[in-house]
Design a protein around this ligand. Structure first.
Ligand SMILES: Nc1ncnc2c1ncn2[C@@H]1O[C@H](COP(=O)(O)OP(=O)(O)O)[C@@H](O)[C@H]1O
Ligand SMILES: [Mg+2]
Length: 378
């Protein structure tokens, strides 16, 4: 048995999620109890710095070098915050599992490049600040055996959600949408996972540009707006949507450049709330198109991540999947917001026990490998 804190900061840049858990067992016998969850909001200054380093136009090596250490301190604060909230002594935490902030992900390299990925947030700083063993940098080991290094959560989803009788699809709606398909009675090699396309990324960008709001709180703008069919058709024609899996995506495909170009082209024909409604419909439809074939009447689609708190988006997904069971994490007794931070603790628990936790059928890796790097304090 161990106490662990999982730290996750996704592509949305909304905050650093920290989950304090009690974890038992290993491999498929792993069980996790969530003790406390906290999100440490990211201040505007640091969000600006992160956005600067992840854009090729504004990034530079000195900014990356410094931000790596700065994020180490931010992640340490998140560890402390969740322990304080739980009134749980930091000294009793056995290990911290830190995903890091992805600043670049290059699973399919261009000319003169190698397949690679870069998550920053220095583990040496986290270890020193929290005086706790840190497991970090999970993706690179999978890439060393020809995997895409993503998706990273299917192992914990297989361990925690598999069912003998029902096929379970875990759809995460973060900045990007990604799904893990766990067929009824599956072995790990039967698990599939891939990115469905955008999650909240386009909706968030539109809200920021139109209203200086971080996101469409409870889908309020989308609820007022009307879907514009012409714009929707153009969005659905994005080549990523129909591309066969395995596939992964990111800001490179659906970031500010993509949304900015759409706004430029359509701003005189589509009013703001209609734009947001259309982007929400696109997000829902891109998810449905990508997962429909995996679902039958013995399947549950379980939606997690911040997007599960947008009722308009959830309703649009349901409408795209008539007759299918569509639930959100909370309805099956799990926390939507804590899911990925919890997943990190499952991966790190495997690492600590010298056990693998990549899912080759999901990442394309040639074999199971032990993910992560360990930073010791003593
Ligand atoms: N109440 C809400 N209403 C609508 N959208 C929400 C709500 N809460 C969170 N979100 C969306 O979820 C996003 C954060 O999701 P999250 O799962 O943390 O993503 P990531 O893993 O990319 O950080 C926010 O940017 C926002 O778009
Ligand atoms: Mg987040």
């Amino acid at each position: 048995m161990a106490f662990a804190v999982g730290i996750m900061s996704g592509t949305s840049l909304d905050g650093v999620d920290a989950a304090l858990v009690e974890i038992h067992g290993t491999n498929t016998d792993t069980t996790v109890q969530l003790m406390e969850f906290a999100t440490l909001p990211l201040g505007t200054e640091i969000v600006k710095k992160i956005k600067e380093v992840l854009s090729i136009e504004t990034s530079s090596v000195d900014k990356i070098c410094s931000l790596n250490v700065e994020l180490g301190y931010v992640f340490s604060e998140a560890v402390k915050a969740v322990c304080e909230k739980a009134d749980f002594p930091l000294e009793k935490v056995d290990f911290v599992a830190s995903h890091g902030q992805t600043i670049y992900h290059l699973p399919v390299p261009g000319d003169h490049q190698l397949a690679s990925t870069l998550q920053i947030g220095e583990s040496a700083i986290i270890a020193e600040e929290t005086q706790t063993t840190v497991v970090s940098d999970f993706r690179t080991r999978d890439m060393a055996v020809k995997g895409q290094g993503a998706p990273i959560v299917p192992y914990s989803e297989f361990v925690l959600y598999r069912d003998e009788k029902r096929t379970r699809l875990l759809q995460n709606v973060g900045g990007i949408g990604n799904v893990t398909v766990i067929p009824a009675g599956a072995q790990m090699e039967d698990v599939l996972a891939f990115d469905t396309g955008p999650g909240n990324m386009i909706i968030d960008e539109l809200c920021q540009q139109f209203y200086q709001e971080a996101y469409d709180k409870n889908g309020e703008h989308a609820a007022i707006g009307k879907v514009d069919q012409a714009l929707l058709s153009e969005m659905m024609a994005h080549p990523y949507i129909e591309r066969p899996y395995p596939k992964t995506t990111g800001r490179e495909d659906f970031g500010v450049e993509y949304t900015g170009a759409l706004i430029e082209k359509w701003k005189n024909t589509v009013v703001q709330d209609d734009f947001i409604a259309t982007a929400t419909q696109f997000t829902a439809q891109s998810i449905a198109v990508n997962i429909r074939d995996f679902m039958d009447h013995q399947s549950d689609l379980i939606i997690g991540g911040g997007g599960s708190y947008n009722p308009v988006l959830v309703q649009m997904i349901k409408e795209q999947l008539p007759g299918r069971t569509v639930l959100i994490q909370e309805e099956v007794g799990f926390s939507s917001e804590a899911k990925e931070a919890i997943a990190m603790t499952v991966l790190a628990n495997q690492t600590i026990h010298h056990l693998p936790s990549n899912v080759p059928s999901a990442t394309g890796a040639t074999k199971p490998v032990i993910l992560g790097k360990i930073t010791y304090v003593h």
